[in-house]
Design a binder for this molecule. Structure first.
Ligand code: COA
Length: 214
């Protein structure tokens, strides 16, 4: 059977899916260290902490993707951070209802369900949360898996510039740019991922309803 976008539904995240969602996370980030990935217990804590910020894509009632985030204050004048430091205990301990930004903790789609628009639909829902709570926007450390093929040829910043210019394609950053994100530069030592020299890219989507610009 060929799956189409019409076969996919979306729900707010629920703890009953924690084990399947953790398996999707592992499959989505095959070269990342396990300590940087969401495990079932963390997903359960997240569901108690900020379920309104998490979305799951389902096929026949089973999870095939998720987008999870928390509200935090983000300092754009000191943007270099590690994923762990920023999100806190259980990958959501630093959630604050008063935080100005939605920080994207993870977005992951089962490799068998890619290129169906699931990632884009997860972003539609994340942007809706940002608008509903009148937050500044979405900020995240985005992975750059395509950099592994250029690690020894150019800096992460040079790679990012080429993806932004459209000279190189990155399976994740190109998708983020298409979804309205800006790339603000490399974040060294973001997470344990030797394949890309532990680099990520700072990405931001600004809520057009909010005038206060960071
Ligand atoms: C990045 C990721 C979440 C995207 O998920 P996805 O569901 O495949 O995303 P979409 O289907 O919305 O878009 C992916 C591409 O498919 C294209 N697409 C969407 N619907 C399509 C369709 N029906 N037919 C053909 N292509 C389609 C999109 O235009 C996009 O193209 P691009 O790569 O040129 O930008 C997914 O690849 C993933 O889990 N990657 C590993 C984890 C990761 O990198 N997460 C991000 C952390 S920062």
């Amino acid at each position: 059977m060929t799956v189409t976008a019409d076969d996919i539904t979306f729900e707010q995240i629920r703890a009953e899916w924690a084990v399947e969602l953790a398996a999707i996370e592992r499959a989505a980030f095959p070269t990342a260290g396990i300590e940087d990935l969401l495990v079932p217990e963390e997903i359960e804590v997240y569901c108690d902490t900020f379920p309104e910020g998490g979305f799951v894509a389902l096929h026949d009632g089973r999870p095939v993707g998720m987008g999870v985030g928390i509200f935090i204050d983000f300092d754009f004048y000191d943007p270099h951070h590690s994923l762990d430091d920023l999100i806190g205990e259980n990958s959501c301990g630093n959630h604050s209802a008063d935080g100005d930004w939605y920080y994207g903790v993870t977005i992951a789609v089962d490799p068998k369900y890619r290129r169906l628009g699931i990632g884009q639909q997860l972003y539609v829902r994340r942007k809706d949360v940002v608008r509903r709570f009148a937050k500044q926007g979405i900020v995240a450390g985005g992975v750059i898996p395509g950099y592994r093929d250029h690690l020894h040829e150019m800096s992460a910043d040079a790679y990012i510039d080429k993806v932004v210019a459209g000279d190189l394609y990155d399976p994740t950053l190109s998708f983020q740019l298409k979804n309205g994100f800006e790339a603000l530069g490399a974040i060294p030592d973001y997470m344990d991922d030797p394949a890309v020299g532990d680099n990520a890219v700072l990405i931001v989507w600004r809520n057009p309803d909010v005038a206060d610009r960071a």
